[in-house]
Ligand binder design. Structure first.
Ligand code: SF4
Ligand code: MG
Length: 324
């Protein structure tokens, strides 16, 4: 499949009074057409900032690198071209659908608004399309839902509506940031099924941000593991699960899931993510790593590639580092 998105050495750094926060630091990976790429890591590792940088929805624009979308660098587009792409080709859904829906507008009004804006169709046509979309995301009696208000719907239904709104523009890329974290397990499974169906039906590429390796196992074609602003490992999903290389990834995979827990899951990796301010040029995982060597504290490990295309940034795999 063709490349749809390519992050090339993306840097999104914030300058704060306490120092520089390299929220996203030299991040490179691709998303191909019809592929689901899961970006995984603990809270605060840079997953959401990576997505927001692509959408150009942060006040501080990326400080370096490129984000190619069908070969065009999104970071170079003017505001109006960018908002065209954001409304038409890239759509995003978030963790808490209640905050993304307007409580005083009906579901129908919220679905037709982007349709009318981007496709310049009449209200009647937009309504027909909205009903189709509500139906498509698996909600029964779409005419009734069309007239409902967000508070009349369950959390799972609201997330389906957010997906319907996202699909209203036939996006090539759907970005989903922890889309099921606020939902209970059964509903979570249904929403993930829905996303898989959509991907199959429309060949949509999905960038799925999650801290949950269960979700990764079910959804991903390709996995990008982030830690403290860096990509520390990336590989096709089966390769990553069968042959994890980075000690952090291994720790994530060892951690037992806590069933039905709503918050960010607590991993059993000892320690916590480092203070993001003024991180050194070393392995940011070094103070949690049982394999830490002198070089790890002194030098940053490069992201090296093995012959299978499996990438890892860790001095234990120095040979791959050199091969780069
Ligand atoms: Fe551990 Fe060193 Fe690898 Fe970092 S580079 S993960 S400290 S072995
Ligand atoms: Mg986040």
């Amino acid at each position: 499949a063709k490349d749809l998105v390519e992050f090339r050495n993306l840097k999104t750094h914030f300058h704060t009074s306490a120092g520089t926060v390299k929220a996203v630091d030299d991040v490179s990976f691709k998303i191909r057409e019809g592929e689901t790429v899961c970006v995984v890591g603990e809270s605060g590792c840079g997953k959401s900032v990576t997505a927001m940088s692509l959408m150009r929805l942060i006040d501080t624009p990326p400080t370096g690198g490129e984000i190619l979308f069908e070969g065009k660098d999104l970071l170079k587009l003017n505001k109006s071209d960018m908002s065209q792409i954001r409304g038409n080709e890239i759509a995003m859904i978030f963790q808490e659908p209640m905050t993304s829906l307007n409580p005083v507008l009906t579901i129908g009004e919220q679905i037709i608004e982007p349709i009318m804006l981007h496709e310049l169709v009449s209200k009647k046509e937009a309504r027909t399309r909205a009903i189709e979309l509500i139906n498509l995301v698996g909600i029964p009696r779409p005419e009734k839902i069309y007239e409902s208000y967000p508070h009349e719907l369950s959390g799972g239904m609201r997330q389906r509506i957010m997906i319907a709104i996202a699909l209203s523009c036939n996006p090539k890329l759907l970005i989903a940031d922890e889309p099921t974290t606020a939902l209970d397990v059964t509903i979570q499974a249904q929403i993930l099924d829905l996303m898989r169906d959509i991907k199959k039906k429309f060949n949509t590429s999905i960038m799925l941000i999650t801290h949950d390796l269960g979700v990764v196992a079910e959804m991903a074609d390709y996995v990008v593991v982030m830690y403290a602003g860096k990509v520390i490992e990336q590989a096709p999903v089966i390769e990553l699960f069968q042959n994890p290389k980075h000690p952090y990834t291994k720790g994530l995979l060892k951690a037992k899931p806590i069933i039905n827990q709503r918050q960010e899951r607590l991993y059993s990796i000892p320690g916590s993510v480092p203070n993001p301010v003024d991180l050194g040029n070393n392995c940011h995982f070094h103070d949690r790593c049982e394999f830490c060597m002198n070089i790890c504290v002194e030098k940053e490990p490069p992201l090296g590639t093995d012959p299978n295309g499996h990438k890892v940034a860790c001095w234990l795999y120095e040979e791959e580092g050199k091969a780069q």
